[in-house]
Design a protein around this ligand. Structure first.
Ligand SMILES: Nc1ncnc2c1ncn2[C@@H]1O[C@H](COP(=O)(O)OP(=O)(O)O)[C@@H](O)[C@H]1O
Ligand SMILES: O=P(O)(O)OC[C@H]1O[C@](O)(COP(=O)(O)O)[C@@H](O)[C@@H]1O
Ligand SMILES: [Mg+2]
Length: 538
């Protein structure tokens, strides 16, 4: 994909709140190089202030904070990379300070240019001298393939590109800042870690005490913090950044998004996701082999995906052995016409075997209804899920027990933690390397309070609030989910209300339907008695 280089209209302006889209044109221009210039230390503006810059054609830059926003006297230095033997030959190695990356890549010819983010990459001026940097790296939340690669590349990148010698590892997640000693990370000590699953630093849920964490940052003289974690972690990073800024510390707070579930909004995809989809194939293959070899064999595979069914969706599409994919975003039901049990029976009669892939967050309301469990939460406040794979297997077995003339053999495979614990594959390793490099270039250039990630194929610095305000979910009314339904030929289980209520992909320009199109949604005769659409069941 191409770089979106936008020559910003003469002069964008910083505003404190995101204006409604139709008002963007009213923003007055000024320079966005140093906006907004606030007074240092205790008078610093709260970090929650959004840095927006408007330009022509509905252009908006959702910018990230810079250390000079609250420390205006900070000195800058030439980037040492310009003398680096590996990089000095690269033409245009430094990114243009006015380069931005468009969030919306598909636009209507008369549509607004929309939101852009600051392009990631090395700048000509940096705000840290190499021997001044004390960096810290922490990993939080659930495991994800690639964590060790990001750690390795942060350490080696800081050392090799910028000559930074002091990098601390914070052990055991956020609470490690104040409850554990640090470990020194050197290129030598991290040399081989990318070949291992998990995180060499350890991780945890809960224990995010902002004041104590920033005390620890201050006491240890840390001035660059790299925080690797998912949506919960990035919320924690946002409050650390706010407190760092409130105290007027020269400390860049940088988030690297991690989630095997791919549930982080705005970004193209999270590292480890490819690896997870690949690893999931092994479980699906096993389920298929078992199912094929038995009389009326049913293989049930549970995959991760707390609120977002991306792993299940992509693993299903990749495999082609899956007969039914169930995800949290798409409600389903068991009994009656068009229900899952009817479909299982039909598929077994037709093919003699079937494979069901279910994301762990699917059908939670159905289980809760049938089993009456009280909600429990983990230390981070995430709802603890009930085992949908086990429940589903039980329901299917129970159903066929009532039909002695129709014996089935069901095998349930739960590979979730085995998938999460593998080292990252080659493409995720490259992706993790680029993420780490983009992160440290941003910190060295004085940017702070941002998460780094690719947006439409180009790395960008994204303000924390954009990453945390909502989760990335499968849009069941868009083409990708339709591809899954088409490949499995499963029922869609949806009611008219489900379709109406489903979120639309805001990236896709919505087209009014031509008369007669989408007859399934419009034609009541294509519904079963319960008002459910019955596409694939037929
Ligand atoms: N809203 C929040 N504000 C501050 N910290 C949070 C918030 N939610 C979670 N955290 C912290 O972030 C860390 C990881 O969160 P968790 O939800 O377990 O994983 P992930 O970051 O992978 O989503 C935990 O230490 C948790 O206490
Ligand atoms: O058993 P744990 O460690 O709490 O992890 C379970 C959860 O972790 C995940 O793998 C990832 O969750 P996070 O990205 O929020 O850390 C989910 O898919 C799963 O529900
Ligand atoms: Mg999470």
């Amino acid at each position: 994909m191409e770089t979106v280089t936008v020559v910003v209209a003469p002069a964008p302006v910083a505003v404190t709140q995101q204006p409604p889209q139709h008002k963007l044109a009213e923003l007055k221009p000024s320079s966005f190089a140093g906006v907004p210039k606030s007074s240092p230390a205790t008078k610093a503006k709260p970090a929650k202030t959004k840095k927006l810059a408007g330009g022509c054609g509905g252009y908006v830059l959702e910018d990230v904070p810079h250390l000079t926003d609250y420390l205006p006297e900070l000195k800058s230095y030439p980037n040492p990379l310009q003398d680096h033997p590996a990089y000095s030959v690269v033409k245009q190695y430094f990114v243009n300070p006015d380069d931005t990356v468009a969030k919306k890549i598909v636009v209507h010819k008369s549509g607004a240019r929309g939101t852009h983010f600051r392009r990631a990459g090395p700048r000509q001026r940096v705000y840290f001298q190499p021997d001044e940097v004390t960096a810290a790296i922490v990993t939080c939340g659930g495991l994800c393939p690639g964590l060790n690669t990001v750690i390795r590349e942060l350490v080696c990148g800081l050392h090799d590109m910028y000559g930074v010698a002091t990098v601390y590892g914070i052990e055991g997640g956020y609470k490690g800042f104040y409850a554990r000693n640090t470990v020194e990370l050197t290129p030598r000590s991290v040399n081989d870690i990318h070949k291992r699953g998990g995180t060499v630093l350890g991780t945890s849920r809960g224990g995010q005490d902002t004041a104590k964490i920033v005390d620890s940052i201050q006491d240890r003289g840390v001035n660059q913090v790299y925080i690797i974690g998912g949506d919960g972690t990035q919320k924690g990073a946002a409050s650390i950044h706010e407190e760092v800024q409130r105290r007027g510390l020269k400390c860049a707070v940088v988030g690297v998004p991690k989630t095997i579930d791919n549930d982080i909004a705005v970004i193209d995809k999270s590292f480890g996701f490819d690896t997870a989809v690949e690893e999931a194939q092994r479980a699906i293959n096993a389920a298929h082999v078992e199912a094929e070899s038995a009389e009326n064999g049913v293989g049930v595979v549970k995959l991760m995906g707390r609120n977002s069914g991306f792993i299940a969706m992509y693993a299903t599409l990749a495999s082609r052995d899956v007969d039914c994919c169930l995800i949290p975003e798409s409600p389903f039901y068991l009994d009656g016409r068009g229900g899952l049990l009817e479909f299982v029976e039909k598929r077994l009669r037709d093919n003699g075997h079937m494979v069901i892939v279910v994301a762990e967050g699917a059908g939670q309301d159905l289980i809760a209804k049938s089993m009456n469990f009280a909600d429990t939460h983990d230390a981070s406040g995430n709802k603890v899920l009930l085992d949908v794979g086990l429940w589903l297997s039980h329901k299917i077995k129970e159903h066929f027990k009532k039909k002695p003339s129709f014996p089935i053999t069901l095998k349930y495979i739960d590979p979730t933690y085995m998938i999460r614990a593998v080292p990252s594959n080659a493409s995720d390793n490259v992706y993790c390397t680029l993420l780490a490099h983009s992160a440290l270039h941003g910190a060295m250039a004085g940017y702070t309070g941002f998460t780094v990630a690719p947006v439409n194929g180009r790395h960008a610095y994204i303000p924390f609030y954009r990453i945390t305000e909502k989760q990335n979910k499968v849009v069941i009314t868009d083409r990708m989910w339709a591809r899954v339904l088409c490949s499995t030929n499963q029922p869609c289980f949806l009611t008219h209300q489900d379709v109406e209520g489903a979120g639309l992909d805001e990236e896709e320009p919505q087209m009014p339907l031509v008369e007669g199109e989408n007859a399934l949604v419009r034609n009541p005769s294509m519904c079963n008695g319960n008002g459910h659409l019955c596409s694939g069941a037929a």
